[in-house]
Every structure is written in structure tokens, then in C-alpha cells.
Design a protein around this ligand. Structure first.
Ligand SMILES: Nc1ncnc2c1ncn2[C@@H]1O[C@H](COP(=O)(O)OP(=O)(O)OP(=O)(O)O)[C@@H](O)[C@H]1O
Ligand SMILES: [Mg+2]
Length: 321
């Protein structure tokens, strides 16, 4: 069974691409078949970290429809069992993908044949990034020990949780209207919790309350803390776990800590994987621990959701008569 693991952060520049590429390498070294997918649309650079030139078609070609099949984009790398689907290297400005094509890409990602499909996502909380993160119940959030990183990670997870609840119901349903109204009230500053929202929805139909609580408990993104310089910085992950538990009722999991390592940037400049040039470094040894845990945890469930903006599909079909 293929495990699709999205890798996100909220804040940019924290190490998603470095981690995706080297984690992919470590998983492949452990005998797993891995496909790395560059989904940082508009700013793709995963190929560079792998030392691959940017003259191959990538996800951007699916967006412009010059290529129809995701699997036709798979490239070998210079490492056994490690493959790459490049981003939009030939098509600058593909940062806002067409919604319908993105849904098609998500369906195709789930059908790829590999042990692991790692998705290197872009920064920010745009709905396309959040929808990619919601392909799996246990995506990875990368944090660094800075308050802005934790705040952005929290906003990302909060957006993901509300979007997950919204997409648990069909387009144009009463429930979606209720959730949307609740979300806009929240934006105006009323501090109510996710529990209040579930209570409101369960009033009409108690079964819905149980279903949504199950959905929340089945959503457990995994945290990696990167660029640690000092043990005291470790509590940053505990803080994120606490606030997501208290405010969003989800139970994020820790899977590891990676040290700050000055040598990393040298390997990026040389376009070589750090795991290849410095396999004995603490950074790579720690990443191997994370890879072992991921293998041990095995495939994590997909999240079953309705497609996000089906309302748009209705609009298109109304328009087409
Ligand atoms: N543990 C680390 N030690 C030292 N430097 C690091 C570490 N992790 C990341 N970096 C540095 O941070 C830079 C950004 O890393 P990377 O490109 O992987 O981030 P990103 O989250 O993918 O960024 P973006 O949001 O732009 O896609 C790298 O060039 C690297 O030099
Ligand atoms: Mg990146």
C-alpha cells in the first residue's frame, strides 16, 4: 500500500525541501521505493537539491494540460529506489493551480505505485496547500524554534482542521453553511472553540457530533523540529501540541528533532544530498531515526472528504446547461 506523506510548515524557509529530499534518500536506503513530488508550485527547487537539471516536464505541465498523466512525469534519480516528480520548473507562475486539476492530481498521487510518496509543499496556508496536506491523516509539519514558525504552523493546522470539517459535508449542505457562518464569526473576533461548533452541528443530528469527533481524533499530523541549537528550544513542539489539543482537539505527534548544522548549506551549494556526503552527521543520523519511525508506523490512513469546492462544479454544470 502506498503511503502519501505531505510535508508542510506554514512558515517558509524552515527546511521542508531539505528534509523531504534527505528523508526520501534515507527511506530508499532502507529498501523502500520512494517518489518525491515537488508541489511547491511557483517556487519548485527539489530537483536542485537532488542535483537534477530543470529541463524535464513536471507538475506545471499537468496544470497547463500539456501532459495528462502524473505517472509519465516520474524520473529516476542517481539513487536506487528514489524517484522524482519535478515541479513547475518550465512554467513559472503556476503557483495557483486550477482547483479541478489539483483534485485530479491528488487522486493520481494516491494511485502511484511506491512505498512512500513524499509531497514537498509550499509555504503559507493557501487552500491548495491545505488540501494537499489533507490527503493524509498524518502529514508532517516542520517547525523551527522561532515564535513566528510556531504561530504559522498553528494557523496552518487550524485552517486544515476547519477545512476538514467543512469538507466532511456535501457542497451546498446546511452543515457547510453553518460551518462557514461560524468561521466568518470567528474571524470577526468571537472566541468560541471547535467544540462549540460541533455542539451546534450535533443539535440537529447527534450522529454528526460523533462522526466529527472521530474525524478530529483520526487527524494526527506529525511534528519535526528542525534547526535546534539548544535543548531548551525543544519545548516549542510541546507548545504547539498543547495549543492544538486545547483549541482544536487534535493530538499531534512528535517524530523527531534535527540539529542546526552549518555544513548543510555547503551540500546544497554542491547540489548533493547531505545524506550522501555526510551520512555520519548528527543531522542525518537523526533523520534516519525519523525514517525508521515512519517505516515502523506503517501506512497512515487517507482522510475521506468531499471535494472542496464542489459548489464550483455545480456552477460550471449549471452554466453548461
Ligand atoms: N538543520 C539545518 N541546519 C542548517 N541550515 C538549515 C537546516 N535546515 C534548513 N537549513 C537552511 O535553510 C534553507 C532553507 O531550507 P529549505 O529550502 O529546505 O526550506 P523550505 O522550507 O523548503 O523553504 P520554502 O518554504 O522556500 O520552500 C536551506 O538553504 C538551508 O541552508
Ligand atoms: Mg521548499
Amino acid at each position: 500500500m502506498t503511503s502519501v506523506i505531505p510535508i508542510a510548515s506554514g512558515k517558509g524557509g524552515v527546511g521542508k525541501t531539505l528534509i523531504s529530499s534527505n528523508l526520501g534518500y534515507q527511506l530508499a536506503k532502507s529498501g523502500k521505493t520512494v517518489i518525491l513530488v515537488d508541489l511547491d508550485l511557483g517556487a519548485s527547487n527539489l530537483h536542485t537539491m537532488l542535483g537534477i537539471k530543470n529541463h524535464n516536464p513536471g507538475i506545471g505541465d499537468l496544470l497547463t494540460r500539456s501532459e495528462k498523466k502524473l505517472e509519465n512525469l516520474i524520473l529516476p534519480t542517481s539513487h536506487q529506489k528514489l524517484y522524482l516528480i519535478p515541479g513547475d520548473t518550465l512554467i513559472p507562475g503556476a503557483a495557483n493551480p486550477n482547483y479541478f486539476i489539483l483534485q485530479k492530481i491528488i487522486r493520481s498521487l494516491r494511485k502511484l505505485t511506491a512505498d512512500f510518496v513524499l509531497l514537498d509543499l509550499g509555504a503559507g496556508s493557501h487552500s491548495s496547500v491545505v488540501d494537499l496536506f489533507l490527503t493524509n491523516s498524518a502529514g508532517i509539519m516542520v517547525l523551527i524554534p522561532e515564535p513566528t514558525s510556531v504561530l504559522n504552523a498553528y494557523s496552518f493546522i487550524k485552517t486544515a482542521v476547519y477545512r476538514m470539517l467543512l469538507r466532511s459535508f456535501k457542497a451546498r449542505s446546511e452543515e457547510r453553511n453553518t460551518i462557514q457562518a461560524y468561521m466568518s464569526q470567528k474571524m470577526e473576533g468571537t472566541e468560541r472553540s471547535i467544540d462549540d461548533l460541533i455542539e451546534i452541528l450535533a443539535k440537529e443530528n447527534p450522529q454528526i457530533g460523533d462522526e466529527l469527533r472521530n474525524k478530529l481524533s483520526g487527524f494526527y499530523p506529525r511534528i519535526i523540529i528542525n534547526q535546534i541549537k539548544d535543548q531548551s528550544e525543544l519545548n516549542i513542539g510541546a507548545r504547539l501540541r498543547q495549543i492544538t489539543m486545547k483549541n482544536l482537539q487534535i493530538n499531534m505527534q512528535y517524530i523527531g528533532v534535527l540539529p542546526y548544522d552549518q555544513q548543510v548549506s555547503r551540500s546544497i551549494i554542491q547540489r548533493k544530498l547531505y545524506a550522501e556526503t555526510q551520512p555520519e552527521s548528527l543531522f542525518i543520523q537523526s533523520l534516519q531515526n525519523i525514517a525508521n519511525q515512519i517505516i515502523q508506523q506503517g501506512p497512515t490512513p487517507e482522510i475521506q472528504l468531499y471535494e472542496g469546492n464542489e459548489d464550483l462544479i455545480d456552477v460550471v454544470s449549471d452554466f453548461q446547461g
